[in-house]
Structure formats: C-alpha cells, structure tokens
Write a protein that binds this ligand. Sequence first.
Ligand SMILES: Nc1ncnc2c1ncn2[C@@H]1O[C@H](COP(=O)(O)OP(=O)(O)OP(=O)(O)O)[C@@H](O)[C@H]1O
Length: 377
Amino acid sequence: MTAPAPAPAPVLSVQGLSVRFRMRGGAYVSAVTDARFDLAAGECLALVGESGCGKSVLASALLGLLPANAETAGSALLGDLDLLTADERTLARTVRGRRVGLVPQSPAAHLTPVRTVRSQLEETLRELTGVRRPELREAAEAAADRASFPRGHLDRHPHELSGGLAQRAATALALVGDAPLLLADEPTTGLDRELVDRTVDELRRHVGDDRALLLITHDLAAARRVADRVAVMYASRIVEIADAESFFGDPGPRHPYARGLLNALPEREFTPIPGMPPELSALPDGCAFAPRCVRADEACTALPVLAGGGGGAGRDGAGRDGAGPDGAGRDGAGPDGAGDRGVEDRRVDDGRVESQGVACHHPHTHPRTVALEAPRA
Ligand SMILES: Nc1ncnc2c1ncn2[C@@H]1O[C@H](COP(=O)(O)OP(=O)(O)OP(=O)(O)O)[C@@H](O)[C@H]1O
C-alpha cells in the first residue's frame, strides 16, 4: 500500500503568536495570546470576536506593522519566511502587497490623500503586475470593477469619497497583486448588505489553488457566506476554531462565548452576552470568559488556560523558550489531564486527535472535545 501524499504546506502557519504592548509605568496590554492556526491554500478562515479582542493586532503582526511598543513571541510562517522576525526591508519589498495583500480597517488612513484613486491603482498595477501604458488605464478600471468601485469616481481624491467608497478603493488596491495571502480587516465597514455580499464574494473569488483569505469581521453573516472555517477570539485568545458549516449549523459552536456570539444575533435568540470583556492589561487567571459564562464553575477560574508554547524569540529578542510574551510559560494541563490543549487539532494521550478543540476546560460543556478521529499522519 502506498503512503498517502503529504498534505501541502499551508500558505500561513501561525504558532504560539503573542503580542503585548509595553505601556508607561511598566504595565502590559496583552493583545494576542498564543494564537495557533494554519491557513491552507484554497481556504477562507474568518476571524470573529468582539471589538478590542485583538483581531487587528494579529493582522498587524502578520504584516510587520506593529508599533514600537509591541513585543511579539511565537512564529508566523509564510512559506519559509517568519513574518514576525523578517526585517523591514524584506517586508516592504517582498511581502506587503506581493505575498500578503491587506484590505485595511481604516481605508481613509491607508490611501494616499494627495493622489486620485486612479493614480494609486495605476501605480500599484505598474509595480505589482508590470502593466504599462496604454493598457494601464483599462487595467485600473478593471481593478476598480473587481471591488465594485465606480469608474466614474476614479479621478477623485480619498477625501472626496464616502467611507464605503474609500473601503472599496482600498479593496481594489489590495486585490491587484493577487497575493497568496489576503488579509481583509473589516472589509465591509460602511457598506450596505448588498455591497457586503458583493465584496465578500469578490474576496472569496480571490481564494484559489495557491491563495488563501483571512477575513477579520464582526459580521457573522458575511463570515457564514464565504468562510470555510471560523476562528473565534476572546480577550486576546482564539478560543475555538471550527468548520463554518458545523459552527453555523449543527452542532453549532462548542465554546460558550462562541455560542453567545451566535445567540446574540437578531435572527437567532437576540440575547446579548451579559457583562463586558476584561481589560487586556489585567487578564484574569483561568478562562477570561468565566465571569460572563453561565456554565462557569470553580475549575474555570482556577485553571491555567493554555500553554504558552510558542517558542521563538520574536521581535523583543528575549528568546524565551516556549513562553508567551508574559513569560509565564504556563503548561495548561486541564482537569481531565489532557495537557496542552490548544484550538487546533492536537494528539491526545491515547493517540486520537482532539479535533478543533476549544480553549474551554469545562468538563460538561463539550462532551465531544475529543473526537473519534484517526491520528493524522
Ligand atoms: N499601540 C498600542 N498600545 C497599547 N494597546 C494597544 C495598541 N494597539 C492596540 N492596542 C490594544 O490592543 C487591543 C486589541 O485591539 P484590536 O484593534 O486588535 O482589536 P479588534 O479585535 O481588532 O477590535 P476592533 O474590531 O474594534 O478593531 C485593544 O485593547 C487595543 O486597545
């Protein structure tokens, strides 16, 4: 019997990615803690979660766009290149736009204010695709069409555009390079439902044999429309990763926070999650969602949540071994003894695979956390 062909390498592999910001007085804000996921070619992963949970900081880390007070740990491999440790010259010359396209959260700030949208599109096309005059004009118009940006507005400057039009201009620019990885950070802000659908459909069309999409969004309907998998972030951690079909359908999310997000939708129970997320400068021990969780018990607040396990020196150069930027290096053994349980598939003691496990240790909430699934090769 021939061995099965090895799975192709993911477009992006994020392992133990943590980001914290050093504040005046020595305090830290932990914006991303121990994020782990792979993004395969042909796949769209939607990253969802409440405002302020760390989604945009994660995207900024992948593009080397963190401010100077940020410290990182872990790794984010784009092919052989670790985006967390790559130097600025490499990121600027070979990554941004070419290997990673960005639809930014604040398009107005991203567009060059003194140049028309046409001139910015033409420059990006020249730079990334080599198109020259006389084809450039037509190529710019085709690029605008891809993002539903009206041709009639191409000669406007960014300040002459509405928020929705600026968003579409930024989307058009991000699509030009056909980058293997497209990061779209709230790409539908300010758009009406019909345009939301058209925009996410276009982003989805970007995904191909060798291209992937990380869609950061508050809009669960948009995520449902185009995502293959959903990652749910809460208070700096990805608490669940699930197939979109089972997440939005049956059996639904397994983490209580993820369930709460869905149940808050008007078309579902329309029941808000009680309480507020914790301050990222004062994250509690144990599960950060426990104070808001109706199913929480003593174990949830007492537990160390997940292992720091990222490894790698990160930009702060601390070279700590296996610790998140908080240096704690906690070894998250749960009450059931499963040990380091992250949110991606992990081998457990008896050789089975914990399938898309959730960062929730409540023993009664997730009876199917350990799935009967063959170990992966
Ligand atoms: N330079 C910085 N210094 C300190 N804290 C920061 C800095 N940048 C971001 N943060 C904090 O990091 C946390 C995560 O922010 P982030 O923008 O990633 O949230 P988000 O999930 O994308 O929310 P939203 O959807 O509202 O953009 C927030 O608490 C934010 O205040």
